[in-house]
Ligand binder design. Structure first.
Ligand code: C2E
Ligand code: MG
Ligand code: MG
Ligand code: MG
Length: 279
């Protein structure tokens, strides 16, 4: 009896495994097709100067319009695109598209001439030996000034191979672009190296911001991160601000910039156009 049911559950398990593997293979195939068919779109979330209340830049955030799956958020496909290497062509498209779009806005709206565009980089892109050339080429072909581009890099990307990473960061900085540490506090940072990273901005992860007014611990973490950033001469963007209380607390702590649903969700180009027109 026990043996028989064990056999059945084994079959069920094997069946599930096969189904999972098939789903995964299908997703991989769809991703490659999506790159060919250009099914991706960039959304742009404004980043606000907390002192002036004005927009200082945008973060580009990718979306996938899949004919089979509908509207797909990046967490559902970026990790797989990374694993299979599809992130290389995809990431290059993102960079080009974001730089082109920011150049357009700067031309179109006088108020936009000093805005920056912040682009997420994946770990796989970060270790491409020709990344610096790619970025330089894209700046050249899109016409965007290097000082208007910011690249977002996570701690784990840097900590994997610190010396190689520092060299890469220095070479990127030499182009005149800005660098930002994304999701700060969620990865492993070595404090002894932090001052050697030529970063301009530190982004405090949403998980610390979102309940900093309920959790004393999170409040302490956020205020310590802001102090640390300022000591290292970086400015700070707080991610995921959803309430006025959070905004006020962050302002009081000296946090320069904020991003979150309180101000705006990530927006398609047409919505940003309207926003900039009414500025
Ligand atoms: P991220 O870079 O940390 O981006 C911030 C995420 O927080 C975005 O999710 C944004 O929509 C969300 N967010 C912003 N404000 C709020 C808020 O007030 N409340 C809440 N609940 N969420 C907020 P999204 O767009 O789903 O992107 C998720 C992640 O996917 C990004 O996290 C980034 O790591 C990755 N990603 C997005 N676009 C790209 C890309 O073009 N290339 C690469 N390599 N990764 C990307
Ligand atoms: Mg980011
Ligand atoms: Mg982030
Ligand atoms: Mg994140």
């Amino acid at each position: 009896q026990a043996k028989a049911s064990g056999k059945i559950s084994h079959q069920v398990f094997a069946h599930k495994m096969r189904a999972e593997a098939l789903k995964r293979l299908q997703l991989e195939a769809d991703l490659y097709e999506a790159i060919k068919q250009q099914e991706f779109e960039l959304y742009y979330q404004p980043i606000f100067n907390l002192t002036t209340g004005r927009i200082s830049g945008f973060e580009s955030l990718i979306r996938w319009h899949s004919p089979q799956r509908g509207f797909v958020y990046p967490d559902a496909f970026i990790p797989i695109a990374e694993e299979i290497g599809a992130i290389i062509p995809l990431g290059e498209w993102v960079l080009k598209e974001a730089c082109h779009q920011m150049y357009q806005w700067q031309q179109q709206f006088t108020e936009a001439s000093s805005l920056f565009i912040s682009v997420n980089l994946s770990g796989r892109q970060f270790v491409q030996p020709n990344l610096v050339d790619t970025v330089q080429n894209i700046l050249q072909t899109t016409g965007l000034d290097s000082s208007s581009l910011k690249l977002e890099i996570t701690e784990s990307m840097v900590m994997e191979n610190i010396h190689q990473a520092i060299a890469m960061l220095d070479n990127l900085k030499a182009l005149g672009i800005k660098l930002s540490i994304d999701d700060f506090g969620t990865g492993f940072s070595s404090f002894s190296y932090l001052h050697r990273f030529p970063m301009d901005t530190l982004k405090v992860d949403r998980s610390f911001v979102s309940n900093m007014n309920q959790s004393q611990k999170n409040f302490e973490i956020v205020s310590t991160i802001i102090l640390l950033a300022h000591k290292l001469e970086m400015d700070v963007v707080a991610e995921g601000i959803e309430t006025d209380t959070e905004k006020m607390a962050l302002k009081k702590l000296g946090c320069e910039y904020g991003q979150g649903y309180l101000f705006a969700k990530p927006l398609p180009v047409a919505e940003v156009d309207k926003l900039l027109l009414n500025k």
